[in-house]
Design a protein. Structure first.
Length: 298
């Protein structure tokens, strides 16, 4: 069973919004296909909002990259979405949220950013046996933000922190090699079942894409905590002028910094649509400064 957790990062202060009559545009980015789990929730709750999604398929995954690298890449991707007219940017990656959202808000203090963090509070309060597991990338697990969440909300539970290096990449490539993902899920489920946890926090937006397969391998009654719906509700609460959100929006527009195949296939599976994926060319982090660009169409 899946349990949504109300744990999105609060957004920065709200700007005036787009001109009257303009369609609200929400930009979303992630290291790869994982943020589609958030995009799906946004589309369900906000059908009248335009959506732009960038997958950094050239450099996925981010979970084991240095924090400075992640922060610079997030700045580049946010710059693209804001220049295209995004009213709000969703950082649909736990690693990026913990390592970069502060820098993004400092750079654009008048713009809205909503991030994602693991649903520790909800998991701790709902666990029946006070045994919770957190599945996350190494970058998320070593972050100060996670340490604060655990100290604040999980003192009364036994928390098993499970680093999952390679799991996001296996999910990205499952369409090519489903057996590799299955093998990883088998090993992961064995660890979780042996630890007798009854609640599992999916601490990376990639992981909900494999939630059904993982659930089948866990003991009956094990709860998987995913924050995508809570993030969508937070975004909805921040968007200006709800009257402009009534007419159905055009389909989400997808972009990738490298290979487009995984994103296109994942979008077809998770969004129920065959969507074209355009390539966006960005310099590698540390190879060039993130220059401000004029407003452009993505």
């Amino acid at each position: 069973m899946h349990l949504p957790a109300p744990a999105p990062i609060p957004a920065a202060r709200q700007p005036a919004g787009p001109p009257p009559g303009a369609q609200t545009l929400v930009g979303v980015f992630d290291s790869g296909i994982g943020g589609l789990s958030v995009l799906r929730a946004l589309r369900a709750q906000l059908p009248g909002v335009g959506l732009r999604y960038i997958a950094d398929s050239r450099f996925t995954p981010w979970g084991e990259r240095p924090a400075a690298w992640v922060a610079e890449r997030c700045t580049q991707l946010s710059d693209c979405l804001l220049a295209a007219g995004a009213d709000l940017v969703v950082v649909a990656c736990n690693t990026a949220t913990t390592q970069a959202i502060g820098a993004l808000r400092a750079r654009w203090p008048a713009r809205l950013f909503v991030g994602i963090e693991p649903g520790i509070k909800q998991a701790a309060s709902s666990s029946r046996n006070a045994r919770v597991a957190l599945l996350a990338t190494p970058g998320t697990l070593r972050s100060e933000r996670l340490a604060h969440l655990v100290d604040t909300h999980a003192r009364g539970v036994s928390l098993l922190r499970l680093p999952c290096p390679g799991l996001a990449e296996a999910i990205e490539n499952a369409w090519r090699d489903p057996h590799a993902l299955a093998a990883r899920l088998d090993r992961l489920a064995s660890q979780l079942n042996a630890a007798d946890v009854d609640t599992v926090v999916l601490g990376c937006t990639h992981y909900p894409l494999a939630a059904a397969a993982l659930q089948q391998r866990l003991r009956p009654g094990t709860v998987l905590v995913d924050v995508a719906q809570a993030v969508a509700r937070r975004v909805a609460s921040l968007l200006p002028d709800p009257s402009r959100l009534q007419a159905p929006a055009e389909p989400p527009r997808l972009l990738a910094t490298g290979d487009t195949a995984a994103l296109g296939l994942a979008a077809h599976h998770w969004l129920g649509q065959r969507l074209a994926v355009a390539v966006i060319d960005l310099p590698a982090p540390q190879s060039a400064a993130c220059a401000r660009a004029p407003r452009r169409t993505l």
